[in-house]
Write a protein that binds this ligand. Structure first.
Ligand code: DWN
Ligand code: ZN
Length: 420
């Protein structure tokens, strides 16, 4: 079944979302809907001022739970070409994340890559991670579907294939460059509809003693901290460790190690090798997830209730600030901003402007709710009393950079109503 985006009076053909009624991990059809965030535009589809009059394609944003394997996942798939070919998120906008990925590569190259060995990064974005290895005795290759951002990576000296990573592409890379000692994919698996095909590609490309190291936002943190704004069309899966371990096992891959990290609201990093089953350490984490009810429908019902409550409380707070004569503006225009603003119905009346450091986003408007995006250097001149910290996952870096705003008496408030 296809769900058509809102008809556009533009000449472009309408974009269509596909309803997926089988689980991405276990292929069962035992899916139940656990959250409905309404119809939303693609979260990174920022709008140029000249296009504001056009109707935006909007797609249903519903979260399903597979009661067979416990995988949380979106019900509707927006075509990947629509989401990624021209992309607005640049990893290099966060110094913290750039250092985080540099550290990940250093450690894993030392452990897995022999001199002259091949390191492949899937979803390599602007090359911020691989650039760390440019002076090392290793070969690097980026794979990223966004055409505009791959150009940036190539210009930085990171050979980058501007394509989606598939089983077929993995075979081509194997033929031309040989097996990879290390494949890295951070914040990528969640974006993939055809997980089986990507696993096939990993199995094809990995050297005998090589490793695939990935990071994904962790479902446990999403649930515990009610991070509903990380749910959007790009993120098709919300992973706990158990479904991941089963997925890899089915493809002749073994989840060997997991560790939990604070980035992006709480993430899990996994190390995968050729083999089957999973390690004792992974088994312990899976046991903990069972005890914590990470795949229980009741856990998700409680989560959905908290999401609705947060919406009401955030809107109440913004209305109260407005009544008190306080000026509120947004800080950061991440994809998450679009989810919060559209789901909560926060328009330019309650939040007139959003600031973001990404040059490509500046001068554009937030999808759906249309706040203009200005450079962060304009915060002072606009003089807000409160900044709604839409990029809350970078709170430490942002409050450090904008310490002057706090000293002046300003306040940051996250969409989850955490104040600083
Ligand atoms: O998985 C994904 C993650 C990794 O990145 C994607 N699907 C898309 C993207 O998600 P996001 O847009 O929610 O990412 P961020 O990292 O939360 O975006 C932060 C935004 O805040 C960027 O637009 C840059 C901006 N920013 C800023 O204005 N000042 C960020 C920092 C650190 C700053 O100091
Ligand atoms: Zn399943």
């Amino acid at each position: 079944m296809e769900v058509t985006g809102a008809p556009s009076n533009d000449s472009k053909p309408a974009v269509e979302a596909r309803l997926r009624d089988t689980c991405r991990v276990c292929d069962s059809n035992q899916l139940i809907e656990v959250l409905d965030l309404g119809r939303q535009p693609a979260a990174n589809a920022y709008i140029a001022p000249g296009d504001l009059h056009l109707e935006e394609p909007k797609f249903p944003l519903t979260l399903n739970l597979c009661t067979n394997c416990g995988q949380a996942q979106l019900g509707h798939v927006v075509p990947a070409d629509h989401l990624y070919r021209s992309y607005m998120f640049y990893t290099s906008t966060s110094q913290t994340m750039t250092e985080h990925f540099a550290q990940l590569l250093r450690t894993n190259v030392d452990e897995f890559v022999s001199p002259g060995g091949l390191v492949v990064e899937i979803g390599s974005n602007d090359g911020s991670a691989l650039v760390t290895l440019l002076n090392d005795n290793v070969r690097v290759l980026g794979v990223d579907p966004s055409r505009n951002i791959s150009v940036v990576a190539n210009a930085r000296g990171i050979p980058t294939i501007a394509e989606f990573f598939t089983g077929e592409l993995a075979g081509e890379i194997y033929t031309t460059a040989g097996p990879a000692d290390l494949i890295v994919g951070c914040n990528v698996l969640g974006h993939v509809d055809a997980l089986d095909d990507v696993c096939l590609g990993l199995r094809t490309l990995l050297s005998e003693s090589g490793a695939f190291v990935f990071e994904v936002p962790y479902l446990g943190d999403l649930l515990d901290r009610t991070e509903y704004d990380t749910i959007y069309h790009e993120h098709l899966s919300y992973f706990a460790v158990k479904p991941l371990a089963h997925l890899f096992d089915r493809h002749g891959l073994r989840l060997d190690r997991v560790e939990f990290l604070p980035v992006h609201g709480g993430s899990v990093r996994g190390t995968v090798k050729r083999g089957s089953g999973w390690s004792d350490q992974v088994a312990e984490v899976i046991d903990a997830e069972e005890r914590e009810g990470r795949s229980d429908p009741g856990t998700f019902q409680a989560f959905a209730k908290r999401v609705g409550d947060l919406r009401a409380r955030l809107v109440d707070t913004l209305v109260r600030y407005s009544d008190e004569g306080l000026q509120v503006m947004g800080y950061g225009a991440p994809a998450k901003a679009s989810v919060v603003l559209n789901y909560c119905g926060i328009g330019t009346d309650l939040l007139p402007t959003v600031f973001d450091s990404t040059p490509a986003k500046q001068g554009m408007h937030v999808p759906g709710t249309h706040q203009p995006i200005l450079d962060v250097s304009a915060v002072d001149e606009h003089g807000p009393d409160v900044l709604l910290l839409l990029a809350w996952n970078h709170a430490e870096e942002i409050t450090r950079k904008e310490g002057w705003f706090l000293e002046r008496g300003g306040r940051f408030l996250t969409p989850h109503l955490v104040e600083s």
